[in-house]
Design a protein around this ligand. Structure first.
Ligand SMILES: [Zn+2]
Ligand SMILES: [Zn+2]
Length: 387
């Protein structure tokens, strides 16, 4: 039975010694295997994983490697478990932990920074200067589960208490996996961007971050909130999540349409979530002078950018990595108050053992898949109505 020294467990929540886990072999190859249940250290808890959402970044990692970095290199054939957008139940407490209780439901942030570099000290732990330095004699204590340390496509994982977000009973497992996605949008708009109520926002690209970006912007009091994209079914979900207007970039010039919808002027913020090669140049023409562009997606190739337009118009361009400054806690507050219904972006659920099928649905957008979730504690596949 699982009883490591210094670790607190509870009789009513017994933990096994081994668990089922997916590990990454060669690029694109996942194997279902057994692993020992990991042991939490100081300031860490063991989380029994109940549900995990599949992210576009997981697909990138499974097929290409970066931004995962395992033992300083590519993540392939290292008995490493991917997956980062998970939630679950606290199952054991590491030494000294009294902030959480065994049996408590939580969702997680991905990044536990080293806590000692200048970015971590400023709350920008997703930009930790010691990223990936957590092995051998270069152990800086950094963890980013599913990127630099074992992730969530398994039954148990350890998390630093600073990466945990408590969730209410009324929030479903599937919805809880989306807190970190909404938290990323929150971080881009408020902590990095400085958005205040009444400012205007465009979101380009209705993927999960874009759609929840619309929802968060609206909940923050932005006006108007405009969503651009090419798929009408996703634009419709954007309207349900609070977009005042949507623009289909296949039928209208999105820059002209945005300026027209905002009284001939550009908007204060663009959150770029499409990664299209023309996206940066479009975005800097959608903002007004002095406006801000948050880049949350990128094309694989380098693309030309109209620097003169950016300079002459005092435009701010900034990238975003993940969900810093505890923005997920504020996103969770919106969600538990039902300020928007994040479950509108969740479309499919599969059991953990069907992960390859779930990934196929997410990758090929089968049956209009948006967010696909795998659950460790259910056995039936189900299609969830997007309506
Ligand atoms: Zn993700
Ligand atoms: Zn750091």
């Amino acid at each position: 039975m699982y009883a490591p020294p210094g670790v607190k467990t509870a009789k009513d929540m017994p933990v096994p010694d081994t668990m089922k886990a997916w590990v990454l072999g060669d690029p694109g190859e996942l194997k279902f295997t057994d692993k020992p249940v990991p042991v939490p250290k100081r300031a860490e808890v063991l989380v029994r994983i109940d549900a995990v959402a599949i992210c576009a970044t997981d697909l990138e990692i499974i097929w290409h490697g970066p931004p995962a970095s395992i033992q300083g290199g590519m993540p392939f054939n290292k008995n490493w478990t991917p997956g980062h957008e998970y939630m679950g139940t606290v199952a054991a407490l590491g030494p000294g932990v009294d902030e959480y209780k065994i049996g408590q439901r939580v969702t997680v942030e991905i990044h536990a920074g080293c806590g000692q570099c200048k970015r971590c000290r400023a709350g920008m732990y997703t930009s930790c200067h010691n990223y990936g330095l957590n092995y051998g004699d270069v152990d800086k204590g950094h963890r980013a589960n599913g990127f630099t340390t074992d992730g969530g496509f398994c039954e148990y994982q350890i998390n630093n208490i600073n990466t945990l977000v408590a969730i209410p009973d009324a929030m479903s497992d599937e919805e809880a996996t989306l807190v970190v996605t909404a938290g990323t949008a929150m971080y881009g708009l408020t902590e990095l961007g400085g958005l205040v109520a009444g400012e205007s926002v465009v979101v380009t690209g209705p993927g999960p971050i874009g759609l929840l970006g619309v929802a968060v912007a609206k909940a923050l009091g932005a006006h108007p909130v405009i969503l651009t994209g090419t798929r009408d079914n996703r634009l419709k979900i954007g309207l349900e999540l609070g977009a005042d207007y949507v623009v289909n970039a296949r039928t209208e010039n999105p820059v002209e349409a945005v300026r027209k919808l905002n009284g001939g002027k550009g908007v204060d913020y663009v959150v770029e979530c499409s990664g299209a090669p023309t996206a940066v140049n479009d975005a800097v023409r959608m903002v007004n002078r002095g406006g801000k562009v948050c880049l949350a997606a990128f094309p694989h190739e380098e693309t030309p950018v109209d620097v003169a337009h950016i300079v002459r118009n005092n435009i701010y361009l900034y990238g975003i990595r993940g969900e810093g400054k505890s923005a997920t806690h504020r996103a969770e507050a919106f969600m538990s108050q039902k300020r928007f219904d994040a479950t509108k972006v969740h479309t499919h659920t599969f059991p953990l053992e069907d992960l390859p099928t779930a990934i196929k649905y997410a990758r090929e957008r089968i049956d209009d898949a948006i967010k696909v979730v795998v659950k460790t504690r259910s056995s039936a596949s189900q299609r969830v109505a997007a309506e």
